[in-house]
Unconditional design. Structure first.
Length: 175
């Protein structure tokens, strides 16, 4: 029997890392994956401060372990929001369509979605996707892009992820 696929969940939050705030982003990502994936998986969760160098180093660490890394937090315009920059620092290829799709979906719900700076990219055979920190926004963004995630991971040489088609119909070309 194959081991569960490890999926990285990286929370970027000064307050959560210091224990001053109960993080809700990481649990929201885990709950979403629990609903959508039928492939056995396990979370590699990290909660760290908003620090570009630390974020980049943690992304590199998780990319060595996981075919998919989902970040939450640090995507706004505030000075401490540096997750997109750290992601760009470690990715070999940026995939702009992910950010565009997430912002478009979020814009249907809130006009401030244009302030969000989520990016996505690949590092080797790992896909890294930035998500906002708010749980309802996480679900909105993942609903917008998750149908493409399993096939993207196929294309970059990662393991096959299967979704529950009643929850999320992942796209794969016929044949």
């Amino acid at each position: 029997m194959d081991a569960p696929v490890r999926i990285g969940i990286l929370v970027s939050s000064d307050r959560a890392a210091a224990g001053l705030y109960e993080d809700r982003g990481g649990p929201a990502v885990e709950a979403y994956l629990g609903r959508v994936l039928v492939t056995p998986w396990t979370a590699e969760l990290r909660v760290i401060p908003d620090d570009r160098a630390l974020l980049a180093a943690t992304l590199v660490e998780l990319a060595a372990l996981c075919p998919l890394v989902l970040t939450t937090g640090g995507t706004g315009p505030a000075p401490r929001d540096v997750t997109p920059e750290a992601t760009a620092d470690v990715c070999q290829r940026i995939l702009p369509g992910f950010g565009e799709a997430m912002r478009l979906a979020s814009l249907r719900e809130v006009p401030t979605a244009i302030l969000s700076r989520q990016v996505a990219g690949t590092r080797g055979s790992t896909l890294i996707v930035n998500l906002p920190g708010k749980p309802t926004s996480i679900a909105t963004c993942l609903d917008a892009v998750f149908p493409a995630i399993p096939y993207c991971i196929d294309l970059i040489g990662g393991p096959r992820l299967e979704t529950d088609p009643a929850v999320c119909r992942a796209f794969r070309p016929p044949g």
